[in-house]
Design a protein around this ligand. Structure first.
Ligand code: GLU
Length: 257
């Protein structure tokens, strides 16, 4: 299978913005093992701004654009340094690709991106993609990595997009506020009722929330790719998701339902 795994800041970093070493070590181990099984793995990793915040000892996520972009520039290095180091332990090679919306909108640049991605996969590397936060401006910003993950999965005809976050999946109501909220295991159609279930929740250093995850689910399911939202607390969960077990919320691709 060709699998895109999107990892949110809340999975990668502690609330301080500093890396969650135990979690990221395990994540790289499991992803390496899935690759050893013969799957093609592509990562869409957030965490640049969050880790920049930690490394520069800033007081929380900055509001102004230059500080955010500076934090991303620092954090992206840290992120790739850690991935390179950890994947190397399992004899895997990582590759960094940073994109903006302008790269996806322009046919020529998107084709270049796809060609590079395909070649990296043929060469056995693990591409790690993020938005180029240090240069993206309002006009060319994709804005969140759930959407970026969906764009990548769609353009590379992935079999599965996995979104790892700090929530177990899609609930009928906000589980933090409503004790009766129930986890939906399978969604075969994104109805207006489902859309109403999503609050605007965003975790501390991250960007998305359920709204962007649903938007991502729409993009991929329409292009024939399944998507799973699951809790990234324990990266071992990836084995079960890839095995098709009932974990988190699975959005079934159109035509497969
Ligand atoms: N690109 C952002 C970062 O690396 C994250 C965007 C998101 O969390 O969706 O910090």
């Amino acid at each position: 299978m060709r699998i895109v795994i999107k990892i949110g800041t809340s999975t990668l970093a502690h609330k301080t913005g500093r890396i969650n070493i135990r979690r990221v070590e395990k994540l790289c181990k499991v992803i390496s093992d899935l690759k050893n099984q013969g799957h093609e793995l592509i990562m869409v990793s957030s965490g640049a701004i969050g880790m920049g915040v930690g490394k520069l000892s800033l007081q929380g996520k900055p509001d102004d654009i230059p500080t955010k972009q500076a934090a991303a520039a620092v954090g992206q290095c840290e992120l790739m340094y850690i991935y390179d180091k950890l994947f190397s332990e399992y004899n895997h090679t990582v590759a960094q690709i940073l994109v903006t919306d302008a790269d996806i909108e322009c046919d020529e640049r998107r084709t270049n991106f796809e060609n590079t991605m395909r070649r990296l996969l043929e060469l056995g590397a693990i591409p790690i993609i993020n938005e180029n936060d240090s240069i993206a401006t309002a006009e060319i910003v994709i804005g969140d990595n759930d959407t970026l993950g969906a764009i990548v999965a769609k353009n590379l005809q992935a079999d599965l997009l996995i979104i790892l976050s700090d929530i177990d999946g899609l609930f009928t109501a906000d589980p933090h506020k409503d004790n009766n909220a129930v986890l939906l295991h399978t969604v075969s159609e994104i109805t207006s009722e489902i859309e109403e279930m999503t609050g605007g929740s965003v975790s501390g250093l991250g960007t998305g929330g359920m709204t962007t995850k649903l938007k991502a689910a729409k993009i991929v399911t329409e292009s024939g790719t399944d998507m799973v939202i699951a809790n990234g607390d324990d990266p071992d969960i990836l084995y079960d998701i890839v095995d098709g077990k009932d974990i988190g919320t699975r959005f079934i691709a159109k035509g497969k339902a």
